[in-house]
Design a protein around this ligand. Structure first.
Ligand code: PHE
Ligand code: NA
Length: 503
């Protein structure tokens, strides 16, 4: 299309949107438990190493690709090298899969904001979540028995997200982050303070922060740290390429990257404090040690442990609204970013305008999400998709990307040079070593370990056919689909046929 590429109005808006994308469910319910189970206070060492030596260097790589080539992931990679387009579509396909189930968790959290007032779970939060709320069926299968209590909020989530995206980069995404992100920060700060005043909070913090130095000798702990950092910073799945493509020409990329990365980590530490203060209170109420009530995090923490805490804590309804509200707002800004990756790609490829592209992408996607997940079989599907798209989607795509960019296309000197033209902190040999050597070695190690574990143990005692289709099959299909999409010719109206224009 002839129209100029959309841009953020200022660098601040870009930074806000990038933080909004990074800060998601991973910060709130993933980080506290990963840290707790992998050395507690000692986890800070592998965590910082992973952040500084892999997370931030890869973040700069994403920024460099998006900003230099000013395109969605497929377009930017295609401009980098004629044969790199498929890499971009692979990232787009990953984003599609994540988005269809991520929206579902936001819908649950929205309902639990309401339940915080009514304490709908009574004295059995687990039975309520699995039984009455999700109505999980006994058999692990795919079925179309809809659960209205999930269907209705899910439709609302999609309507809101598509409304924001249709409004465009600055007026939609930018504005939504300007509103949601401060709101999230305030809610979460109040939540943390309230949690810190609960009896037993100190024991929870002790459990989280007491260092287990022996853990540092365990390679699994290091793998967990790198896994957490990759997921948490949203690197290597097209999001940061897309967002950086909307930046104006002269932008301090590295300076922005540090702000985004440290804000995301700050939010994680804060979440660790808030969540473990609350878990300490749960232990205190149950008269049991923290390690007995701590559970394993994730869905169980949010939808089973937190309701228990809400029922017992003074001002529990407030605590619940703050906690589930934080999940909703943190999740919405992440969901927006991940759907934008796909919209942007389709817009570039077909030369569509913003609104038609949003509809062409958003409506089929919302339909897939709505047909598959608010059903009595949705929970297992969500569980297995999440595990495989994270471990064999994001990790594998990141692995292939760093290898190809470093050794296949030999693009690192050119990309580093581009960043250095406008950035305060320069990228040199150290950066190239981290991207080209440290990252692939660590990613390869994590991938192989996970591959062996899944082959030997299967997944969560689910039937092999189910894991085969929705785990392995889905992860493999992403690569095939990416390859096929890259074969479709670019429309003559599309951005690929235009030179990279200056903003
Ligand atoms: N970085 C996000 C988090 O920590 C992960 C994510 C981003 C997931 C965008 C989906 C979409 O939760
Ligand atoms: Na994050």
């Amino acid at each position: 299309s002839k129209h100029k590429r959309e841009t953020w109005s200022t660098r601040k808006v870009f930074i806000l949107a990038a933080i909004g994308s990074a800060v998601g469910l991973g910060n709130i319910w993933r980080f506290p438990y990963v840290a707790y189970e992998n050395g507690g206070g000692a986890f800070i060492i592998p965590y910082l190493v992973a952040l500084l030596f892999a997370g931030i260097p890869l973040l700069f790589l994403d920024y460099a690709v998006g900003h230099k080539f000013r395109g969605s992931a497929p377009l930017a990679y295609r401009r980098l090298h004629r044969r790199a387009e498929g890499l971009g579509w692979w990232q787009v396909a990953i984003c599609f899969v994540i988005a269809v189930y991520y929206a579902v968790i936001i819908a649950w959290a929205g309902m639990y904001m309401i339940f915080s007032f009514t304490e709908a779970w009574g004295d059995d939060p687990e039975g309520f979540f699995i039984g009455q709320f999700l109505q999980v069926s006994e058999n692990v299968n795919i079925g179309f028995d809809f659960v209205p209590g999930v269907l209705v909020p899910l439709v609302l989530v999609w309507a809101l997200v598509l409304f924001v995206l249709a409004a465009g980069v600055q007026k939609g995404i930018g504005r939504a982050n300007i509103i949601f992100l401060p709101l999230l920060l305030v809610m979460f700060l109040v939540l943390v303070v309230q949690a810190l005043f609960l009896p037993g909070a100190a024991d929870g913090l002790d459990a989280l922060f007491t260092p287990n130095w022996a853990a540092l000798a365990d390679t699994g702990v290091w793998a967990a740290a790198f896994g957490q950092i990759f997921f948490s910073l949203s690197v290597a799945f097209g999001i940061m390429v897309t967002y950086a493509s909307y930046l104006k020409r002269r932008t301090d990329l590295t300076g922005s990257g540090y702000v985004v990365a440290f804000s995301n980590s700050g939010f994680e530490i804060l979440a660790g404090i808030g969540v473990f203060a609350a878990v300490g209170f749960m232990a205190y109420s149950a008269g049991a040690p923290v390690n007995e009530v701590a559970g394993s995090g994730g869905i169980g923490l949010a939808f089973i442990a937190f309701p228990t805490i809400i029922s017992q804590a003074p001002l529990g309804a407030l605590l619940g609204v703050l906690f589930f509200g934080s999940l909703v707002f943190a999740g919405l800004t992440s969901l927006i970013s991940i759907v934008e990756v796909i919209i942007s790609a389709v817009q570039d490829k077909l030369g569509l305008r913003r609104v038609p592209a949003t509809m062409a992408v958003g409506l089929p996607m919302a339909l897939v999400s709505i047909l598959l997940f608010p059903t009595t079989t949705g929970l297992n599907l969500l569980d297995v998709t999440d595990a495989f798209v994270n471990n064999f989607g994001i990790m594998a795509a990141a692995f292939v990307a760093v290898l190809l960019l470093t050794y296949g296309f030999r693009a690192l000197p050119m990309l580093g040079g581009h960043v250095n033209e406008t950035s305060s902190i320069k990228l040199g040999r150290g950066w190239r070593i981290m991207v080209g050597i440290v990252a692939p070695v660590v990613l390869g190690y994590i991938l192989i370990n996970e591959l062996i574990a899944r082959i030997q143990e299967g997944y969560n005692e689910m039937p092999a056919w189910f894991v085969g289709v929705f785990g392995w099959g889905m992860a493999g299909a992403l690569i095939v689909i990416a390859f096929l999409l890259s074969l479709i010719p670019w429309s003559s109206r599309s951005a690929a046929t235009h030179p990279v224009l200056d903003a």
